[in-house]
Ligand binder design. Structure first.
Ligand SMILES: N[C@@H](CCC(=O)N[C@@H](CS)C(=O)NCC(=O)O)C(=O)O
Length: 348
């Protein structure tokens, strides 16, 4: 890193060389873990129009929040800022917006919101982030808690018919499923991709495919991971699966098989992709350009592959024959808000 000397957050590194040292890949903790809650106990009460969600559409952790926000109908209550998929040496930037500035926060770099919160903050700047609009301060970048809070603390602002993504009766099972998927799949692909020794890579690779096989078995005769409708667990699995063939199979060397070679997982992922709130948030162009251009440690030429062919994402999946209903007692989200459509380059 150069310029401001801003330290990259764990998984990335513009330049990526940080990831090729001899240390095992370790995800840094989320530094700002304040919670936005119904009772405002951390000083940040849920309020319509007060906060701004900052994401990169490339990022699997941020994409969880994008999907939850859509499914829950929080688009009007929690506005959205989308960063350029390519960071520079000051990290995430708003170069997709007029004058390279986020129109609501008035800042050019997400790091400005971190600095407004804590002067001289030494850690990495990461997405997803929620920023308090009136003060310009970062509230949280705790990607694990953030979506759970959207589901359980923001209920007063949910749309009518919003699904329950973290139902009390299923929480233990959801948590258990998510823990294995986080370790071996969500983070497993990063451990493989950024491994700095053959052994570390092989261990991560085996974890990824062991867990994917187990998950494929689980999903063979049930439409969703837990219960009969979509939960937080499905959102978290989806954000890795949707990137698998485009990025993780090649760039991260998770190439035992493609997603599209596992009939169950491929149909499951297509089912979700075709569900409103999932595929309509996915930008394959941002995803590919981010991983292949930013991680020059593992892709020194920065060449972005043209494939894979995305047409398959829209083919029939037949998963409705397994029963279940996507939104439980709720309904599907409405159309995307104006201006949030994914550009044609990022869609099948
Ligand atoms: N707080 C999480 C953030 C999730 C995360 O890793 N996001 C990535 C993008 S996928 C990020 O923003 N990395 C910082 C960077 O690329 O500069 C962490 O530090 O592990």
């Amino acid at each position: 890193m150069s310029g401001t000397g801003r330290k990259p957050a764990s998984d990335t590194a513009a330049g990526g060389n940080d990831t090729l040292g001899k240390r095992p890949f370790k995800r840094s903790r989320s530094h700002f873990a304040d919670r936005i809650t119904a009772d405002g106990r951390d000083g940040w009460p849920v309020a319509a129009g007060r906060y701004r969600l900052v994401v990169s559409r490339a990022c699997p952790w941020a994409s969880r929040a994008l999907i939850s926000r859509r499914l829950l109908g929080l688009e009007d209550a929690l506005s959205l800022a989308v960063t350029d998929p390519i960071q520079d040496d000051r990290s995430w930037r708003f170069t997709l917006d007029p004058d390279d500035r986020d129109p609501v926060l008035g800042i050019r770099y997400l790091s400005e919101a971190y600095d407004a919160r804590e002067t001289g903050y030494p850690g990495g700047v990461s997405v997803p982030a929620i920023v308090d609009v009136p003060s310009g301060q970062l509230v949280t970048n705790d990607y694990q808690q953030l979506t759970l809070d959207l589901a359980t603390e923001w209920t007063a602002l949910h749309r009518p018919g919003a699904p329950d993504l973290y139902p009390e009766a299923w929480r233990d099972e959801i948590d258990a499923v998510m823990e294995g998927i986080y370790r071996d799949v969500n983070n497993g692909v990063y451990r493989a991709g950024f491994a700095s020794s053959q052994r570390a890579y092989e261990e991560a690779y085996r974890d990824v495919f062991r867990r994917l096989e187990e998950t494929s078995g689980r999903l063979a005769d049930r439409r969703y991971l837990v219960g009969d409708s979509i939960t937080e667990a499905d959102i978290r699995l989806f954000t890795t699966l949707v990137r698998f063939d485009a990025v993780y199979h090649g760039h991260f060397k998770c190439n035992r098989r493609k997603l599209s070679e596992d009939p169950v997982l491929w149909a499951y992922a297509r089912d979700l992709y075709q569900t409103p709130g999932f595929g309509d948030t996915v930008d394959f162009d941002h995803i590919k350009r981010h991983y292949y251009e930013v991680h020059t440690g593992i892709n020194p030429t920065g060449i972005v592959p043209l494939g894979p062919d995305l047409g398959g994402w829209l083919t029939p999946h037949h998963r409705q024959e397994l029963g279940g209903s996507p939104f439980g007692k709720g309904t599907a989200p409405g159309p995307l808000p104006e201006g949030e459509e994914v550009a044609a380059a990022g869609r099948p």
